[in-house]
Design a protein around this ligand. Structure first.
Ligand code: PMP
Length: 431
């Protein structure tokens, strides 16, 4: 049996940083990443055979927990029928129908293989459909690593941003405007200055890439109104929140509070693939038909709508529609966040948690932050120590304070109790 440390050293010789996606390297929290050998239900086992309660769930997809028997069965049957055909299949229609049934804002959906691809194409489609170039995104929201989206805020209000990655020329992000999340004044100002040129506004309605921050209802109301008024498309990036915060995704929650609310385009990933590489973007027929082969906006993929991935996604989407699924998941997630808050308070530590459906976040702060600078002002050093105390106690949280966490249907009350017991000890040590 190799140790995590030995594997990490070996990995670093052949893989940059030893990982295939940066956050896995534990750079934010320090220490050695756990190399995972296998997972089942709410648990993962690392290379040293240590059992961990998993609150990452592959960063969102594993809403049923790992290895649900019905999903395994669907995948195993699909694998024997063939890995990939590069030709249409009935299962793609079934998955499209299932997604559209749950998302009334969309009439058509195109399947792709990653959230990055889906967000990138949604922007191309918005630009193609409107004939405009500019796009707005918000600081702290992540939409994958397409060049135009790797941007940080410019120096002034409603100025265009700067690349956050080497290799992205400034000209490539010259049409991307980055605003502060939940900031109504900046939104008004941006539309006042650029309204006629804005193709789309892309937003994580419940942001999971700056821990857990909700777009406020007044902010979303104004955003919807401004987009409609100026002919810009409102694009909901629900790669993380989709089929995770509610069966109808985050958009269904805003529709409950804002009469007639719908985004124009939606981007999905994670849960719709159930852990397989699958993502999608969706919208009204009139916009979606601008895509090739019908329209002039190009998009394609060798493995798009892959038969094994669609089997996995379809089985997952069917299971989350069981009566009471989200009530139970939501209650369990709430028990976790409320329990963390209570245990911290008892130890004299400021902590605030929030959650929706099976997604949660918590901050070492005395309030819930509303935007990225406020998230970054919370106590990072305390989070990092807490993270390691939890990991040592067998609880696997996201290894960075700016990431959301996920509870699955496989997490039991006993798992939550066990987690809270470990957290109570950790808070006492921290205090
Ligand atoms: N959008 C959001 C909201 C995400 O959270 C992510 C990934 N965490 C992406 C897009 C990109 O998805 P992928 O990693 O599948 O490319």
């Amino acid at each position: 049996m190799s140790s995590n440390q030995a594997l990490f050293e070996r990995a670093q010789r052949v893989i940059p940083g030893g990982v295939n996606s940066p956050v896995r390297a534990f750079r934010a929290v320090g220490g050695t990443p756990r190399f995972i050998a296998r997972a089942q239900g709410a648990y993962m086992w690392d290379a040293e055979g240590r059992q961990l309660i998993d609150y990452i769930g592959s960063w969102g997809p594993m809403i049923l927990g790992h290895g649900h028997p019905d999903v395994l069965d669907a995948v195993q049957r699909a694998v024997t029928e063939g890995f990939s055909f590069g030709a249409p299949t009935e299962r793609e229609i079934e998955l499209a129908e299932e997604i559209l049934k749950l998302v009334p804002s969309a009439e058509q959906v195109r399947l792709v293989s990653s959230g990055t691809e889906a967000a990138m194409t949604a922007i191309r489609l918005a630009r193609g459909a409107t004939g405009r170039s500019k796009l707005i995104k918000f600081e702290g929201c992540y939409h994958g690593h397409a060049d135009a989206l790797l941007v940080k805020a410019g120096s002034g209000l409603a100025t265009f941003g700067h690349p956050t990655s080497a290799g992205v020329p400034a000209e490539v992000v010259q049409h991307t405007l980055v605003l502060e999340y939940n900031n109504l004044e900046q939104l008004d100002e941006a539309f006042r200055q650029h309204g006629a040129d804005i193709a789309c506004v892309m937003i994580e309605p419940i942001a999971g890439n700056m821990n857990f921050v909700r777009a406020s209802v007044p902010f979303m109301t104004r955003l919807r109104a401004l987009c409609s008024q100026h002919g810009a498309l409102l694009v909901f990036d629900e790669v993380m929140s989709g089929f995770r915060v509610a069966l109808g995704s985050a958009q269904s929650l805003y529709a409950q509070q804002i009469p007639g609310f719908q985004p124009d385009l939606s981007v999905f990933g994670k849960v719709i693939g159930g852990g397989m590489p699958l993502a999608a973007f969706a919208g009204p027929k009139a916009i979606m038909e601008k895509l090739a082969p019908l329209g002039a906006v190009y998009q394609a993929g060798t493995l798009s709508g892959n038969p094994v991935a669609t089997a996995c996604g379809l089985a997952t989407l069917r299971l989350i529609q069981q009566p009471g699924f989200f009530d139970t998941l939501g209650a369990r997630t709430r028990r976790l966040t409320e329990g963390l808050q209570a245990a911290a308070t008892a130890a004299g530590i400021d902590l605030r948690g929030d959650c929706q459906g099976g997604m949660f976040g918590f901050f070492f702060a005395d309030h819930l932050p509303q935007n990225y600078p406020a998230v970054m002002a919370t106590d990072k050093e305390r989070f990092n120590r807490f993270f390691h105390l939890m990991l040592d106690g067998g609880v696997y949280l996201a290894p960075a304070m700016y990431e959301a966490g996920f509870v699955s249907a496989a997490h039991t009350d006993a798992d939550i109790d066990q987690t809270l017991a470990v957290a109570t000890r950790a808070f006492q040590t921290l205090g």
